[in-house]
Design a protein around this ligand. Structure first.
Ligand SMILES: [Zn+2]
Length: 957
């Protein structure tokens, strides 16, 4: 059945009408889905063959007044912009022609606008046969600041037809994260240089030009930019000409080719004095004192693009003549997929193997893969409305890893997908208040809030589940056709289902009568995700499967029935690599027959391809623990990770005894694979943070020691061998980090020694031996723990001299590990010193926050004690907040609360909270206090008693 959505119904009809008009094709055919189906964002379907009908409450009413009225649509923009960013001038002037079609007679044309000052607007009639535009009116302008709308009102009603509005205006470059933005950097001569770049997603193209700023209202764009002659302008498209401005020879006018039809949020340009490297039509741009660090992006980016083209069957260069990646200084670690001109924060595009780590390399590779995947998923085919932003971000998140499997398989990044995407998505998706993938939104704030882990990680996981369930070739076929048929237009989840359905038609991948659309809708329309519970009857293989929504700390009755694809492996049929067969649980519960012998373990959800947790009856958990201890590799590494992650979160939600988790973890002493260790790391971190400083800490350390002792002996904390793989490096950092943290003498001594050797002075007669960047995190942090002022100062100097943002972040983090109170005080003082004129202490915009974070999360209590002492003084506190921002201080206060276990630590926290009250938000003070109280209360919980009991008895074995 279909339940009509009570919200936004007209909006959806309107979209279909407009998109149909724009593209001139029949949507009814293309989607083969009734528009009503599209409306049913909040209905859920009956389980296959069953009769249960469930209905979710609709989303809160969205405010439709934020949508543009549908009486006119854009066809083309012609923008002419003047910028003086070379002088750090934060305003710009522009003239934009908006070509539009009036669809129904009206005296109003409404579009978006934000913080632009219009000086003049003239309306022209444009004959469809071409020819001269004829001025017909100078319309009045009504700006609605709240809605970010501007309405041009004409003297007479305009008949349907084509028009053009010529608008002359000025705009400002504020310190926002979006719009036309200014950034600064120091060049080779140590002079500050100012550059401009854009970021318009989701609703900020309207800060550059009056426009129809909704993703379905696609149009073509012409752009020309007047800028200083020492600067270069780049944009989505190649430049067609560059001329000297005849009115002022200091300036150049760069003119760009017309873009394909695209959404406003994808428009982009940059005005810089940067250098370019290119390989054919693929190019990278960065400040010239960092351009060498862009070589890796140039090389790996080209390979990724090629592999994506092959996989998706749609050549990139058929639509766009070039692809540029540009690194923007001091713009954090984000990136944006503007069509043909991808922008990145420097740490996710620049990679220098002599100072950057394997993790930076992984970030660069996977972020490029993410943004390049968007060139198809988002740029070529865009979301019908922000409600479907998960189609952009889900695909980009999946290909962020999957494209690296195609392009650089040896780097093993695809192996990280389960731990970094699926298991991370579970954490946010287990909240009671979480929204569904198809959540709707109207206001700019609501729209922005949709860019969360549901749109990225959950959608990526759900799409990956369908990739597996439908089979790689059907999946790939479906995507190819989807992209081809919907090129240059917009799509929704129904569109995707339609093409995936077409691809599986005729082969019996899905059960009789079941459609992809029904299956996908069961995951996209409901919030949360299920836990599949397997109760074995231990009678000739019979099992009862049941499903419930999984929530942190809650057990709820069945509210929604997911279509859960499942498969399983068992001891005598450990077929973990065979993902060709799935069965479906499409009811609240079902009794199934199987061939699993009663005395063997069974594991559901092979390689964790399905987006759900699995719980078992106690006996099966015992069989699994036994198997892991006897021969853990009989179970696939991704399932070992799944067992750890599921068991821990099931226990935290009271669905499993925590002692099962702890007994299961003991097998880790034999574990050499990263995935299970990554899953275990969060469990061990949780336990460590709860027990640190308490009477149970010692027992926990003995437990930890047993887990890592053998694997630690096989790793070298301070050196890197040429043959080490990515996953080996991840494992090494994790294990050596724990070893040093729990006080392994070997680990601490080697770290200390490696640090000393790097920074020993020539006068000591020693040659400096640099620490390899790939082991730097552990070596620096733990090497700095003793009284190491000279090394601390040397690292600080290195930080001040470094122009590599990713390296700077690592160095700041390391400095926070110091146990030397004087060093830490000096470090905190640099926040204030960095604000004085002509200072040598120069921080990038996020680095003061990183510094406070480093000091309050370092490995020992000295950092927190120093922090509390320094900022208990009101003047110091006020000064630091005025420079670093209240947000940075608030997050540091939360760090202090999160490490509060003992009465002394609680006292310390109270001192801090008393000092900061009135200077940080009261919500921060209250939540810090609540967090600390919850931590202390934990010791009275059954969970804590079980943990304590286990650890004590374990130590007595
Ligand atoms: Zn993205």
């Amino acid at each position: 059945m279909v339940i009509r959505c009570r919200v936004n119904r007209n909006q959806h009809y309107r979209w279909y009408a407009i998109v149909g008009l724009l593209l001139g094709f029949e949507l009814g055919i293309a989607a083969s889905v009734s528009p009503l189906r599209e409306l049913a964002a909040w209905d859920t379907l009956s389980p296959i063959g069953g009769s249960t009908e469930t209905v979710f409450a609709p989303a809160a009413e969205i405010d439709q007044s934020y949508f543009l009225p549908n009486n006119s649509i854009p066809t083309h923009y012609s923008i002419s912009l003047e910028t003086d960013i070379h002088q750090n001038v934060r305003t710009f002037r522009a003239t934009t022609w908006v070509y539009l079609t009036i669809l129904e007679p009206s005296d109003r044309i409404t579009m978006h606008l934000q913080e632009l000052t219009i000086m003049e607007a003239r309306l022209y009639r444009v004959a469809s046969s071409g020819g001269q535009a004829i001025e017909i009116d100078q319309p009045a302008r009504i700006v609605n600041i709240a809605l970010e709308h501007v309405t041009f009102r004409t003297a007479a009603t305009l008949p349907t037809g084509n028009y053009a509005l010529r608008i002359v205006y000025t705009g400002i470059m504020l310190n926002y994260q979006s719009g036309y933005l200014a950034s600064q950097y120091r060049n080779e001569q140590d002079q500050w240089r100012y550059v401009g770049s854009t970021h318009f997603q989701a609703t900020h193209a309207r800060r550059l030009l009056p426009c129809y700023d909704e993703p379905a209202l696609k149009a073509t764009f012409d752009l020309q930019i007047r800028h200083h002659r020492d600067y270069k302008a780049i944009a989505n498209m190649p430049r067609t000409s560059i001329e000297i401005d005849p009115t002022n020879r200091e300036y150049l006018i760069s003119v760009f080719e017309t873009t394909p039809r695209m959404s406003t949020y994808l428009l982009a340009f940059a005005v810089t004095d940067f250098a370019t490297r290119e390989n054919g039509k693929h190019q990278v741009v960065a400040r010239s004192n960092a351009i060498n660090d862009a070589d890796y992006a140039l090389q790996v980016g080209a390979t990724i693009l090629e592999r994506l083209e092959d996989y998706l069957g749609v050549p990139y260069y058929e639509y766009m003549p070039k692809l540029t990646s540009i690194a923007i200084p001091d713009r954090g670690t984000g990136a944006m997929e503007n069509w043909g001109l991808v922008t990145y924060g420097e740490p996710v595009m620049l990679y220098n193997p002599t100072v950057n780590t394997y993790r930076n390399r992984k970030d660069v590779t996977t972020i490029i893969a993410h943004e390049y995947a968007h060139q198809w998923f988002g740029d070529l085919v865009s979301p019908l409305w922000w409600q479907y932003i998960w189609l952009n971000e889900g695909f980009a998140t999946l290909f962020q890893y999957y494209a690296t499997r195609l392009a650089v398989p040896g780097d093993e990044y695809w192996e990280l997908f389960n731990g970094e995407v699926i298991q991370r998505a579970f954490q946010d998706d287990a909240s009671e208040t979480i929204h569904s993938m198809n959540q709707n939104a109207a206001t700019p704030q609501e729209i922005l809030a949709l860019f969360d882990s549901i749109a990225y990680k959950k959608a990526g996981s759900v799409l990956n589940m369908f990739r597996n369930v439908l089979g790689e070739s059907s999946w790939q076929e479906g995507l190819k056709q989807y992209l081809k048929d919907y090129e240059l237009t917009v799509a929704s989840d129904s569109t995707l289902s339609f093409y995936l359905q077409q691809a599986v038609e005729g082969n019996d991948i899905l059960p009789q009568g079941v459609k992809v659309q029904d299956l996908l809708a069961s995951w996209t329309n409901a919030p949360g995700f299920p836990v599949l519970t397997v109760n074995r009857l231990y009678r000739d293989g019979w099992m009862i499967l049941s499903q419930n929504r999984f929530m942190n700390g809650k057990v709820l009755p069945v509210e929604h029935v997911w279509h859960i694809p499942y498969n399983y492996a068992y001891a005598s049929s450990a077929s973990f690599y065979d993902l060709s067969q799935y069965d479906w649980l499409a009811a609240p519960a079902a009794k199934i027959a199987s061939t699993v012998p009663d005395n063997e373990w069974v594991v559901f959800n092979k390689q964790q391809t399905g987006y759900y947790r699995v719980n078992y009856d106690r006996r099966n958990w015992e069989l699994l623990i036994e198997a892991l201890h006897a021969n853990h590799i009989a179970i696939h590494r991704l399932n070992r990770a799944q067992l750890i992650d599921d068991a821990f979160h099931l226990a935290r939600a009271d669905l499993l005894d925590m002692s099962v988790v702890l007994r299961l973890l003991r097998y880790l002493r034999n574990e050499r694979d990263y995935a299970p260790w990554q899953a275990a790391d969060q469990v061990l971190t949780f336990l460590y943070e709860q027990l640190h400083g308490t009477e149970h800490e010692h027992a926990f350390l003995i437990f930890m020691d047993e887990l890592i002792e053998e694997v630690y002996a096989t790793l070298s904390v301070d050196t890197v061998n040429p043959g080490e793989t990515t996953l080996y490096k991840y494992l090494k950092q994790l294990i050596t980090g724990w070893a040093c943290r729990i006080g392994y003498k070997d680990c601490l001594q080697r770290s200390r020694e490696a640090l000393r050797k790097e920074y020993s002075t020539p006068s000591a007669g020693e040659t400096a031996v640099p620490v390899h960047p790939d082991v730097r995190a552990v070596v620096y942090c733990h090497g700095l723990q003793e009284d190491t002022e000279p090394e601390f100062q040397a690292i600080y100097m290195r930080l001040m001299n470094s122009r590599n943002q990713a390296e700077r972040t690592d160095l700041l983090k390391a400095l926070g590990c110091s146990q030397n109170e004087n060093s830490l005080r000096t470090l905190l003082a640099t926040i204030v010193l960095s604000a004085s004129p002509g200072t040598n202490f120069i921080y990038l915009s996020e680095e003061r926050a990183q510094l406070l974070n480093a000091v309050t999360t370092g490995t020992t209590g000295v950092g927190i004690a120093t922090f509390v002492d320094v900022y208990s003084d009101t003047v110091s506190l006020q000064t630091a907040i005025s420079i670093a921002g209240a947000g940075a201080m608030e997050s540091a206060v939360r760090n202090v609360a999160a490490q509060c276990n003992t009465p002394q630590e609680r006292e310390q926290l109270e001192t801090l909270l008393k000092a900061v009250t009135g200077y940080v938000s009261s919500a921060t003070v209250n939540s810090a206090r609540a967090l600390a109280t919850a931590k202390l209360d934990w010791f009275n919980s059954a969970e804590a008693l079980i943990v304590a009991e286990f650890l004590e008895s374990y130590n007595n074995i």
